[in-house]
Design a protein around this ligand. Structure first.
Ligand code: ADP
Ligand code: MG
Length: 482
């Protein structure tokens, strides 16, 4: 028996340089060391990476971390490198040919392997993992298991089977936001019995973020409101849009209308450009980022003072994730949702999927019709047919999903229209009660939005980061200096 007690604290200080655990960390790590399957629900910025990194140093074998985005994996790999850990690798679609074969042949040499669910579902990759001693299987952003099945990234629904193929390794599920129902759903979809899982939950409340909704009369009014807010709060700030096009247009418009540096950040922006934007934002050379929700996840800056939503997010879980990027340094910050009547139509349009008739699905399955008849979502439906889901089962799952999305949208709209305390509303949604009301709580409480003290920390001395920039870019592009 290793004396974990001493070891844990020693690692925390020596390997990670932290003075003490943050709430929820020690409990989770103990559960993992106790060989429990564990679900940890800790808010954004709470320090969830430590929950697998620290045990990684106490176990023999490899920790596999399933992560939804390359930018998130890259960020983790960079951080581990900075901590002096070199036995780290990232497996995703970018890794191809001989390089990929080389990594797969030596998987056991890595302490941490980051991988996308799509890659892990690949037979060759699974076979390579079968030869490796897996000490811990981690699913980061585990709400994706519940939120993204079945209409997006269906591989998340294969994780139960994949885990089984890997020999049912001890598993750690990490997420920032999950209602009690979503927690249950995550466990069910992973095939884990609730009695077999240690669940650690910290409050989703972020007391230093003031919550506000601004009603506007339409697009033009909303734009003016946005301009006024950006001029008032300056930066650093993030604005979320429902489309790439609008994010780009508004970034250009704000640039022309203010003295601030504003950039668009979404999937239509090249990786090199995104990287440059990240760096400039980190250095306060850029003050405002106009993002789409898919890309906001990669933004990791602790002094973001405001998050504005120009469009509705898809649900309160995503809203909390997105506003949670503000105020990680603990200082007063603000989240403002701009609403105009009918905005929900945009959201509905984004999430509506036309499910082909069961009969058509059946004929595609039998090879009588080409998958192309399934329309825009042909790949998605083909995926289920190939994985032996029955046509009726597919249709049922999608219809249920559609109803769920509508319910979530209604709950978000109730938040928008609420005249009660917004913080309480959110906490109730996540199955919690408000324990202490912060002085600056929300626009429906006594505090006026204009009284919220938001400090801006704009750097007037842009630093020369060229050298560091170049070395990081090389790493991003996987160019070694040898
Ligand atoms: P999450 O995944 O929960 O959003 P991260 O793991 O990315 O959070 O950690 C957020 C930040 O908190 C990182 O900069 C990390 O180094 C820091 N951090 C994590 N644990 C501690 C701790 N115990 N003490 C101080 N800082 C910590
Ligand atoms: Mg994280």
């Amino acid at each position: 028996m290793i004396d974990y007690e001493k070891k844990i604290n020693q690692l925390l200080h020596d390997q990670f340089g932290f003075a003490r655990f943050r709430p929820g960390q020690e409990e989770t790590i103990r559960a993992v060391l106790d060989h429990r399957n564990t679900l940890a629900v800790l808010p954004t910025g709470a320090g969830k990476s430590l929950l697998y990194q620290l045990p990684g140093y106490l176990f023999a074998g490899t920790v596999i971390i399933i992560s939804p985005l390359i930018s998130l994996m890259q960020d983790q790999v960079d951080r581990l490198h900075r901590q002096g850990e070199s036995a780290v690798v990232m497996l995703n679609g970018q890794l191809v040919g001989p390089e990929r074969r080389r990594v797969l042949g030596q998987l056991g040499r890595f302490r941490f392997v980051f991988i996308s669910p799509e890659m892990l579902a690949n037979e060759t990759v699974l076979a390579a993992f079968a030869r490796v001693k897996i000490s811990l299987l981690v699913v980061d952003e585990a709400h994706c298991i519940s939120q993204w099945g079945p209409d997006f990234r269906p591989e998340y629904l294969l994780l139960k089977e994949i885990r089984h193929r890997l020999g049912d390794p001890r598993t750690l599920l990490l997420t920032a936001t999950a209602t009690p129902a979503v927690r249950q759903d995550i466990l069910a979809k992973m095939g884990l019995a609730a009695s077999d899982v240690a669940v650690i939950v910290q409050s989703v409340d972020r007391s230093n973020i003031f919550l506000a909704v601004k009603n506007t009369t339409g697009q033009a009014d909303k734009q003016e409101e946005l301009l006024a807010l950006v001029n008032k709060y300056q930066g650093p700030g993030v604005i979320y849009f429902a489309s790439r096009k609008l994010a780009s247009q508004m970034a250009a418009w704000l640039t022309s209308k203010t003295t601030l540096n504003v950039a668009a950040y979404h999937a239509g922006v090249t990786a090199v450009e995104r990287f440059r934007i990240q760096e400039q934002f980190m250095n306060n050379q850029l003050q405002v980022i106009c993002a789409t929700s898919a890309f906001g996840m990669g933004i990791d800056k602790n002094d973001i003072r405001y998050v504005i939503h120009f469009h509705l997010p898809s649900n309160l879980e995503n809203y909390l994730q997105e506003i949670g990027r503000a105020g990680r340094d603990g200082k007063q910050s603000i989240a403002i949702l701009l609403y105009s009547a009918g905005d929900e139509l945009i959201q509905r349009q984004l999430t509506t999927i036309t499910v082909p008739p069961v009969e058509i699905l059946a004929q595609v399955k039998q090879g009588k019709l080409a998958p192309a008849v399934l329309g825009e979502q042909a790949d998605l439906f083909s995926f289920y047919l190939q994985h032996n889901f029955a046509p009726a089962q597919i249709a049922r799952a999608f219809n249920r999903r559609q109803q769920q999305l509508e319910r979530e949208l209604q709950q978000l709209l109730a938040y928008v229209h609420s005249d009660g305390c917004r913080r309480e509303y959110i906490l109730h949604y996540f199955g919690e009660n408000l324990r202490a009301r912060p002085s600056y709580c929300c626009d429906n409480d006594e505090a006026d939005i204009d009284e919220v003290p938001i400090e801006t920390s704009l750097s007037t001395h842009p630093t020369d980061t060229t050298a560091d920039w170049a070395s990081q870019l090389r790493r991003l592009l996987n160019i070694t200096e040898r």
